[in-house]
Design a protein around this ligand. Structure first.
Ligand code: COS
Length: 405
């Protein structure tokens, strides 16, 4: 029995697994092959409340704790990482910046449709010349008629096509570096009008779309193929000042805070993939025989799976500890980076090992581990590469050392 979970957490895990087995398992392979966004399942996840797990009820959410949210992401990823990143990017990146840093009017207008899963959201930070070095943003916002004229391009943006509400960064004072960056809410219509009409969610025309905000080319990705990733273009977009989120110059720091939570989400997603891969390998090696005995009965296979199970347990402690700090409102930036670093590198390793012990079968799409292996790679890249996580951790170590001197 896991000491972190209460009965509500256990019931939630059960509910997510039942949903995934019924709705995701039958279609995950096809969605991956065709790189199709799973609109029906997204609507169903909205109905289940999975698109607003930690959001207060007053704003249309479920008002569950941080661990509940992470468990939803983790359990979805056990079956399909694309569904999990859709929930994670929509919730942490798409919804929480407005909830945490927005005005009451912004919260009331934008959070309920997001938390109820009526429209999808995202956030726009990365640019062609500003990836790991996120404060090098070139997207420019210039004051005009009491609003802001914004020009620039955001790349690798989850939901840039399917989504309608985004919080983006733009430079409002180029002289001030990371302190000259501000956040704005921008809106655009979904790129899938016919599909959203069929499924009955995904668009909200009275959001009032902003001219000049549009999605660019869809990325053809190695993994997370059923999630939507595109460029988000801001072309002479006139954004009213009432869409500014937080104070001028606070945009970079607010996005860094958002990414701290996002990184714990990626740790949970990585844990889900790793757990799914080890389960698949355990099941297969306890069924298939070679040289007259079960593959699992070869000690090197047992040792590999035992090591992975141990490391998954360690990753759980790191991730749930970061969640606990987050829930208590304590600093958790270092712990988030540690959890994300360890869990994402573990999920890459676990999926490679799962394919290896399953041999030829693991390498085919008859089993989900080859997809998991492709899905794992981006966990070491998205929401800050492993190198960025190590930079963040190292900076905390130096700071802590200075504090203790
Ligand atoms: N919480 C609160 N404040 C933070 C913060 C955090 N997690 N991280 C940085 N800040 C603050 C710093 O304290 C600093 O403020 P002061 O000047 O008042 O001290 C300010 O933000 C600038 O921070 P820093 O100097 O560390 O910025 P750098 O330009 O050196 O960037 C890294 C730091 C590399 C850590 C940052 O750019 C980063 O995380 N890059 C990766 C971005 C990323 O994850 N992209 C993926 C997006 S995909 S969704």
């Amino acid at each position: 029995m896991d000491p972190y979970f209460n009965d509500d957490h256990r019931a939630l895990i059960h509910r997510v697994r039942s949903f995934a087995e019924e709705a995701i398992v039958p279609v995950a392979r096809e969605l991956d092959h065709t790189s199709t966004f799973p609109w029906e399942n997204v609507r169903a996840m909205g109905e289940e409340g999975f698109l607003g797990v930690p959001i207060p009820k007053a704003y249309g959410g479920q008002e569950l704790d941080a661990l509940s949210y992470l468990l939803v992401v983790q359990e979805l990823a056990r079956y399909d990482a694309s569904h999990a990143i859709t929930v994670s990017a929509h919730t942490t990146l798409g919804t929480t910046p407005i909830l945490r840093f927005g005005t009451e009017a912004q919260r009331e207008r934008y959070v309920p449709p997001l938390a109820r899963g009526e429209v999808l959201g995202g956030f726009g930070l990365t640019e062609p010349d500003a990836g790991s070095d996120a404060s090098r943003s070139r997207t420019r916002a210039i004051r005009e008629n009491g609003g802001w004229r914004i020009n620039g391009s955001k790349i690798f943006i989850t939901h840039a096509g399917v989504g309608e509400i985004f919080t983006v960064t733009a430079v409002t004072d180029p002289e001030r570096g990371s302190k000259g960056i501000t956040n704005f809410i921008v809106t655009k219509p979904t790129t899938d009008p016919e599909r959203v009409r069929q499924v009955g969610m995904g668009t909200e025309a009275d959001l009032g779309y902003i001219d000049g905000v549009r999605a660019g080319k869809k990325e053809d990705k190695m993994g997370w193929r059923a999630s939507d990733t595109r460029e988000l273009l801001l072309e002479d977009a006139l954004v009213p000042d009432e869409n500014r989120v937080g104070e001028e110059g606070q945009g970079f720091i607010n996005f860094m805070k958002t990414l701290d939570s996002g990184r714990v989400g990626i740790a949970a997603l990585s844990l889900g993939i790793a757990g799914g891969a080890v389960d698949a390998a355990l099941e297969y090696t306890n069924r298939r025989k070679q040289f007259g005995r079960l593959i699992f009965d070869f000690q090197p296979v047992q040792f590999r799976l035992a090591d992975l199970a141990t490391e998954i347990q360690a990753a759980k402690h790191l991730t749930y500890h970061a969640a606990w700090l987050m829930e208590k409102g304590r600093p958790f930036s270092k712990e988030a980076a540690m959890a994300k670093l360890f869990a994402s590198e573990l999920c890459m390793k676990a999926t490679i090992e799962a394919v290896q012990v399953m041999g030829g079968a693991g390498y085919t799409d008859e089993y989900p581990v080859e997809r998991m292996m492709r899905d794992a790679k981006v966990c070491e890249i998205g929401e800050g590469t492993s190198e960025v996580q190590r930079m963040v951790i190292a900076r905390h170590l130096v700071k802590e050392m200075a504090e203790h001197m």
